[in-house]
Design a protein around this ligand. Sequence first.
Ligand SMILES: [Zn+2]
Length: 386
Amino acid sequence: MASIRVGSVLGIPIRLGVSFLLVLPLLAYLIGSQVGVTVELINGIFRSAIDSGPLTEGVLPWLLGVSAALGLFGSVLLHELGHSLAARRYGLSTESITLWFLGGLAQFAELPDDWRHEFVIAIAGPIVSVALGLVCYASFALLPADLPAAQFVIGYLAVLNVVLAAFNMLPGFPMDGGRVLRAFLSRNRPRLRATRIAAAVGKGFAFLLGIAGILSFNLFWIAIAFFIVIAATGETRQVVMEAAFEGLTVEEIMTPTPELDTVSPETSLDALLDRMIRERHTGYPVVDGGDLVGIVTLEDVQERASERRDGQTVRDVMSTDLVTVSPDSEAMRALTALQREDVGRILVTDADGSLAGLVSRTDLMTVFEIARTSQSKSIAPRTIEQ
Ligand SMILES: [Zn+2]
């Protein structure tokens, strides 16, 4: 998902997705073009008597649309901060909060282990939304009746924050309600099973929403249905990975240094390419007299192919900006680092910086397949009992 960083709140980076920048004007337009209907709705809910006449004249509806749309995304941001602050209480940090066209997404470095923590983190967002709704409701009641524009925006946000909380409490992934459900389910089952059930419930909702969307030609509902299916599948994948790597350390899955093919910085590029063909590796740690000095990959050589001169060596093209993990860290950590840095292999170094081994994407996938096979065998009898 393409996004740009716009700043940070309480030390948490806030990012705007490209889809958000596209949808904000659209949302402002939709709200602005429905001012009359919305005023009726607000008057019905709050027993107020806002006159929609003046609000639909000139550029005012569009100003109202922009204010309400910005207010809505501010509300979403506060909702996500609710999750983040609850997570911080349990020592879990938020990598970033991204606003995109269907709302917000708080990205955590890791999932909470204790089901109670997951429950509190999940429920914190909807609680913030309900609280915001109540604050807006109280402000609405206090507003003088001769400020219809302010009444419109505040009344709109009061209703939408409650709708936001209600939608998020649907009991299926990826909604917060799905996390609440998984928290309760994982009290007495493995997390993976709990995740599968919560994801299946989420997909059930998505299916109903998709059907309703098709029957009523509501594109927005169909889009949400797709989003739910994709996110529920992603969540399951993540937990399947975690379950497969559970209890494994980097040391157990890495190729240790004695078995590792390395090159020296003085190796010529021709000799390097020869070895790549012969040994079928596309990357090598670069070791100089026993010290790790860099890593060289086929990409490094390709990138500099145009400027290639005779006599170039590994030292000229290798990268010295190394992503490393320690041998005793969790295997999942190596996978996360690979994904985050988008590299094909990660170096394992001891505390003194010396090379202990290497974990490649292929190593991880092989371990994953084996672990998954052995797990599905031990899970099978349980499935039959239920
Ligand atoms: Zn939430």
